[in-house]
Design a protein around this ligand. Structure first.
Ligand SMILES: NC(=O)c1ccc[n+]([C@@H]2O[C@H](COP(=O)([O-])OP(=O)(O)OC[C@H]3O[C@@H](n4cnc5c(N)ncnc54)[C@H](OP(=O)(O)O)[C@@H]3O)[C@@H](O)[C@H]2O)c1
Length: 316
């Protein structure tokens, strides 16, 4: 299938920015709607074939107008925390249905959908259950012939600009001791460039139509190991104190009331399931996923040092 122009919903985020770059490198025209065009433009404006537009994709008729004329739509919209009860359902379960309907009405055949590893109707967290609903409705739409869909289910994604290792590294800068909830939770992190490449390769490849792909890196880590690794890569090695179940719960509860929500009780419930792939890297993608230790120092050191420079300039 020939793909010349793509609309990336959620394209202003961490994964979206990397995907937009990979598509631009392939000469594909990209449209990225955002609720905050000025902020989104900062990162995307340098890419030659990328157009950022102001759009509220929840408003009536906006999605349909946005996707009209596109060869494909990629839906990356997602949230980790709810500002209001019901946000997970609106964003992860209802929006994908509205995207399918908009594609159908506008005559867009191809839809690539971002889900999450461990998304399941019986999962312990509302995040994972809402993800399962969205993924299921997209794959049902494929089965009924409404769209030609592919779904991706990655473990946690790392890379330049991530809110995972990058966040740990920035926090370690200010914390002499780290009280860590759910230290034994397991992840199999995958590099954002590998995720972006898999999405880009799948877009026009008929072999990926109707498929769901789990995306994981080559190695499984505990949360404790990942925080240690972020400390090593950023140059801020700290003592980590693993919290038991009750203290992890209380920590997450306390964080829900802080202005900067890093972790919620729902996130803890997601972490009670091992976030690891049951199979290897999908053979359809003709490359192997990168190793975390090879990539993380290249961006973590730079991101934490940038903070030091800002602080030095501000004489703090
Ligand atoms: N990062 C990971 O480790 C990871 C792992 C597995 C799955 N995923 C999934 O992959 C996708 C991309 O992740 P990411 O890390 O790039 O996320 P991100 O940086 O937080 O970006 C999320 C994007 O979604 C848009 N968005 C969020 N809430 C919205 C809403 N209510 N209405 C409209 N747009 C909204 C934002 O657009 P605006 O410009 O309008 O704010 C932003 O572009 C998400 O679905 C995420 O759940 C991520």
């Amino acid at each position: 299938m020939l793909i010349r122009n793509v609309v990336i919903l959620g394209g202003s985020g961490f994964v979206g920015r990397h995907l937009a770059r990979v598509l631009a490198e392939r000469g594909i025209e990209v449209t990225v709607p955002s609720r905050n065009r000025e902020r989104a433009k900062e990162q995307l404006i340098v890419l030659p074939t990328v157009n950022v537009v102001d759009a509220n994709i929840h408003a009536d008729g906006v999605l349909e107008a946005l996707v009209a004329g596109a060869d494909a739509v990629v839906n990356l919209v997602g949230i980790l925390h709810e500002s209001r009860r019901g946000d997970f359902d609106r964003v992860h379960a209802e929006l994908p249905q509205r995207v399918v309907a908009a594609c159908q009405r506008a005559g867009v055949e191809r839809l690539v959908h971002m889900s999450a590893l461990c998304a399941d109707a019986q999962a312990p967290s509302r995040y994972l259950r809402s993800r399962a609903q969205g993924e299921a409705s997209v794959m049902r739409a494929h089965a009924s012939g409404a769209v030609t869909a592919t779904a991706f289910r990655p473990s946690v994604i790392f890379g330049q600009g991530d809110s995972f290792l990058g966040l740990f590294a920035r926090m370690l800068r200010f914390m002499p001791i780290v009280p860590l909830g759910s230290p034994g939770a397991k992840f199999q992190p995958v590099w954002v460039d590998d995720v972006a490449r898999a999405f880009a390769d799948a877009l026009g490849d008929p072999a990926s139509f109707g498929q769901r792909y789990e995306l994981c890196g080559p190695k499984v880590y505990t949360l404790r190991e990942l925080v240690e690794l972020a400390g090593k890569a950023s140059g801020y090695r700290r003592r980590i104190v693993g919290l038991g179940k009750t203290m992890s719960y209380l920590q997450a509860l306390a964080m829900e009331f802080s202005p900067l929500t890093v972790l919620t009780r729902d996130n803890l419930r997601s972490m009670s399931v091992d976030n690891v792939c049951g199979c290897g890297w999908p053979e359809i993608f003709a490359f192997k996923p990168s190793v975390l230790e090879a990539i993380s120092p290249t961006y973590l050191m730079a991101s934490t040092r940038r903070y030091d420079i800002f602080r030095a300039r501000a004489r703090r």
